[in-house]
Each structure stands twice: as C-alpha cells, then as structure tokens.
Design a protein around this ligand. Sequence first.
Ligand SMILES: Cc1cc2nc3c(=O)[nH]c(=O)nc-3n(C[C@H](O)[C@H](O)[C@H](O)COP(=O)(O)OP(=O)(O)OC[C@H]3O[C@@H](n4cnc5c(N)ncnc54)[C@H](O)[C@@H]3O)c2cc1C
Length: 330
Amino acid sequence: MQISFYAKMSLEALEHWKQLERETNTNLYRQTGMIVIDKPPFKELEAMKANNKALGVECEILSPEMVQDRYPGLVKIPKNHKALLETNAGFLRADKALECLRMQIKKFGGQINDSEKVENILPGSVVTVRTEKGTYKTKSLIITPGPWICKLMKPLGLNLPYGGVAMGCSDVSLKQGSKRPGPHVQGSQVNFTFGLLGSTSASLVVKITLCYWTEKIPGQSKKYPTFCDFGIDKPDGFTEPVYVFGFPSIEYNGLRKISVHHGTGVDPDQRDSFIADETKDVQFLLNYMKRRFPEYGDNPDPAIIEKCMYSVASDAIWYNIAHFNTHSVL
Ligand SMILES: Cc1cc2nc3c(=O)[nH]c(=O)nc-3n(C[C@H](O)[C@H](O)[C@H](O)COP(=O)(O)OP(=O)(O)OC[C@H]3O[C@@H](n4cnc5c(N)ncnc54)[C@H](O)[C@@H]3O)c2cc1C
C-alpha cells in the first residue's frame, strides 16, 4: 500500500508547529482527536485506517453506540455506519500561529512589508519581485497568496482558472491523498511542475458557507473531538459527493461550527457577489441537521453564518507549485 503524501506531510507539519510552539512559548495546537464517519463500503475510513497503520499513528474503530456513549450529542450516526477515532488530530489556533510566525520572522532579522501588493514576478537564477512600492531581488521566493495565486501566476505563463496554495489548514488529519504523479504543465515561457501533488484538471476557488450553532448543553462540545462525516449520499442537484465537518466551540464561545464542505466557484476579487447555489448548500445543511441533530428541531437555525474561500483542486488536493527550471519560486 502506498501511503498518501498528505498523511506524511501532516505529520511533518505537526512537528514544525510543535517546534514553533516551543520556540515562541505559545500554545498553538489543541489535540482534540477527530472522528471520521463513513457508510458501507467504508472506502474513506479504510483508506484512513491504512494510512494511520502504515505511519504508526494511533486510531480506533468505533460503532455508532460507542460514539454516543463517549460523546453524547456529538452527532447522531446511523446504525450501519462506522467511525474512526484518530486521537492525535486537532486544530491550530490560526490567529496565534500567524502572530508567532511574524514574531519569528522579525527575530531572525526578516522584514515584514504589510499592504504592499506584488504586481509582477520575474523568475530566473535571481528572482525579481515588483510591487506597487518597489523592486526586490532574491535567490529564492516562496509565494502564499491563497486564492489569488492564479492572478499572480498568470504573467508567468501558468493558466489556472482560479486556485492556489491552501496552507491554512486548521484541522490536521491524516486524509487520503492522490497517488497519481503530478503532471507537468507547460507554460508559454517557462515550465512548471506540480511538485508532490497532482491533479489532472483545473483548481478552483470556492466560496463556502460556514454555520455556527448554539450548543444545546452549554460547554458540552468543548472537550469533544472534531468530526468529518463522509457517510452522506450525494444530494440531488450536486455534481460531486459532499461531506460535513464539525468543530467544538472554539471561535465563538458556546457555538459549534457545523458546515458542509461544498461551495461554488468564485472570483476572489468578486467574493461578495451573491451566488444562487449558496442557497442550495445551506438547504442541504439544514436537512442534514434535521437528520443528525434532531435536538435542533424541524427548523434548525444557525446562530451565525459566515463566508470563506477555499482553494481546491478537482480531487480536493492542494497544490504545491515549483518553478521547474530553477526551483527558485515555490
Ligand atoms: C470564518 C472562516 C473559518 C474558517 N475555518 C477554517 C477551518 O476550520 N479549517 C480550515 O482549514 N480552514 C478554514 N478557513 C479557511 C482558511 O482561513 C484558509 O484556508 C486559509 O486562510 C488560507 O491561508 P493562505 O495563507 O493560503 O491564504 P490567505 O489567508 O488567503 O492569505 C493570502 C494572503 O495573500 C495576500 N495576497 C494575495 N495576492 C497578493 C499580492 N498580489 N500581493 C501581496 N499580497 C497578496 C492576501 O491579501 C492575503 O493576505 C476558514 C476561513 C474563514 C473565513
């Protein structure tokens, strides 16, 4: 069995976050554990179990009754489903993580130039970065513009519709990744390779609707694991499978985040425009809440609704783009 690159990368990333915690004396990672739910034939669950085993990571298969006994009210799991508990999973405190990274940059002599738009990147053995305020030269460059990556990369000859490097993952879990080797994409002037990661078709920036729900028993979810429910039949009108994820009360005191991991394509500079499909996603989530959280009643009503943008490839794998000729731009 080939271990997914993503599983290996998660473990490596976790070590780096722990190093940052030590160096800054800050608590960034909260190990909550994570429950993955799946339905027969348990494809996702088996893949995750195999990954965990190959990497020596602790996990446990739980029946719906066991989940109910250990975590009453976490989520109602149908009788023929199974759950996998991955104990070392958790989440990162994104705001603190960013603060610590900025602190370390300064500590090691780096300079942070906020509010300075990068307008152009000229690759080569020395990379030139042109911003609205000046020009910089460097031997190597790492870019992390999130959903704006395509706009930034276009002048270099890489034409993705909208997409990017999503490095802000706060739910660290050993998810199955693509086993395919990355295809080489020929640009008009330079060559790129999708380094470790591969996708045969375009990436996409999607706008996702996030819903936060008042805890029915105040404080109950605080010590609960996160969950990811793959045991959902593809809803009518959806072209690809969806899953629902849930977080204990973190961002807002007393509110749990339970949302559907599905969104509609959006231009990152036009993200506020209304997309009719958003209604479909919310309606799906409301139906899910009625089935899996009957305690919220027949008209479940989230306390807060927020929007966020995700950059995903068609196989839900994130990109890692390296400049092929010089590897000077990552
Ligand atoms: C309410 C909310 C809840 C979320 N919850 C979760 C969650 O639970 N788990 C999870 O994994 N993710 C979650 N996300 C998504 C997560 O925030 C993103 O995946 C993450 O922020 C992506 O990080 P990034 O550094 O790749 O991109 P970004 O955070 O988008 O950062 C990119 C930066 O690059 C800058 N930039 C772009 N173009 C240029 C340019 N030309 N010049 C200079 N700067 C430029 C942008 O201004 C931006 O500051 C959530 C998002 C929201 C809004």
